[in-house]
Ligand binder design. Structure first.
Ligand code: PLP
Length: 380
């Protein structure tokens, strides 16, 4: 054959990614046990063995989320799909939603409210600051009948942590449900769904869970399930309609909804098992311990953190790039000479900060030491 396309494909060989040390905002490195589990033979998504594994997966997710919510499962899609799933189901056209924006991902929540036909009541806080609970309370006092308060627990774009427990208490005082983004917080810093009374929460597989990207664990309280069931209008996404997906993840007899990404789900099962073996509190403590070590090293080099100490996330360290230093060149050298990936600033922080992630399996003492010595030699 003389097809141009066949000629092009002849030059293509197997893809072998280089070995990298992933110290950015995600994805993270993946434990060898998770990779091995993922490479096992494929089985069907309704195979009884797979269905048994799904139940264990739900139990393990309840453990990392610290909840008894029956409706706790991984959505087939990245964190943004988990986010969208919450809004599409919980926000009907005309519903008032308080949206807290203190970084990129609060902005993405706002987009979701608008696309669902909700009425956003936007609370802006400076990037690098936590969500201000007083502003949320003032908005709820002022506006009547707010249905949902939405906020990001751990803002990956800045490294700032907000008080999810307090924000949830305030929302409930005014009869609103909460949607919490725990994409970066889950398994890296305490998230206690039941103790804090969180209604809807989503995360992503590639951050502190250290699994392959493409899955979004979610958990919904009974209050959310009841509200969604009571909706009179048809939820305008077929794939994301909670009532339909319940037949696969929620029911005791599972029926086809979509073809689940089986091997990725094997991997998530193993990644969660690793966390259970370590212990959730031990995992939180490990993130804090290595954050303190990284911070000491970065500050000893004269670098300053972007976020005030009391709001700093252990797993996402945003540091100001010193004046006169080429932010992009430093990142490129770390990658090309040391195989280390760190994150750049997003939006208004582009060119101004570096983001050092210490998440999940990447959060190890050898990575802290490698990162500090490589950065030190690049900045010298
Ligand atoms: N929310 C937060 C706080 C995030 O950090 C991210 C991704 O970095 C997302 C949502 C979106 O997740 P994904 O990139 O998996 O779609």
């Amino acid at each position: 054959m003389t097809s141009k396309h066949l000629g092009n494909t002849r030059r293509i060989t197997s893809f072998h990614p280089p070995q990298r040390t992933l110290l950015g905002p995600g994805p993270t490195e993946i434990h060898p046990r998770v990779l091995t589990t993922m490479s096992q033979p494929a089985i069907g998504y309704l195979d009884p063995v797979f269905v048994g594994m799904m139940d264990e997966l739900k139990d393990l997710l309840r453990y990392v989320y610290q909840t008894d919510n029956p409706l706790t499962f991984p959505i087939s899609g990245p964190g943004s799909v988990g986010m969208e799933y919450c809004f599409v189901n919980m926000v009907a056209p005309g519903d008032k939603v308080v949206v807290c924006r203190n970084g990129v991902f609060g902005g993405r929540m706002l987009e979701n409210v608008e696309r669902c036909g909700g009425i956003p009541i936007l609370i802006d806080d400076d990037w690098g600051r936590p969500v201000d609970p007083q502003k949320v309370e003032d908005a709820l006092k002022r506006e009547k009948d707010v249905k949902v308060v939405a906020f990001v627990h751990a803002e990956t774009s800045t490294g700032a942590q907000s008080d999810a427990k307090l924000l949830t208490q305030i929302a409930h005082k005014y009869g609103a449900l909460v949607i919490v983004d725990a994409v970066t917080s889950l398994a890296g810093t305490p998230v206690r769904v039941d103790d804090w009374g969180i209604d809807a929460i989503y995360s992503a597989s590639q951050k502190c869970l250290s699994c392959t990207p493409g899955l979004s664990p979610v958990s919904f309280s009974e209050r959310v399930v009841e509200r969604v069931k009571a909706r009179k209008d048809k939820i305008h996404s077929w794939f994301m309609d909670m009532n339909l997906l319940l037949g696969y993840w929620g029911a005791s007899t599972r029926t086809y909804h979509h073809t689940a990404p089986t091997n990725s789900l094997f991997a998530l099962h193993e990644a969660l098992l690793l966390i259970r073996e370590e212990g959730l509190e031990q995992a939180w403590a490990r993130h804090q311990r290595h954050h303190v070590a990284l911070k000491a090293g970065l500050e000893a080099m004269g670098l300053r953190f972007f976020v005030e100490q009391q709001y700093q996330l252990p797993q996402m360290n945003a540091v100001l790039c010193p004046a006169g230093v080429d932010e992009e060149a430093v990142r490129k050298t770390l990658l090309s000479e040391f195989g280390i990936e760190i994150g750049a600033g997003l939006g208004p922080l582009k060119g101004k900060i570096w983001r050092f992630g210490l998440m999940g399996y990447s959060c190890r003492p050898d990575n802290v030491m490698l990162c500090l010595s490589a950065l030190g030699s690049v900045l010298m």
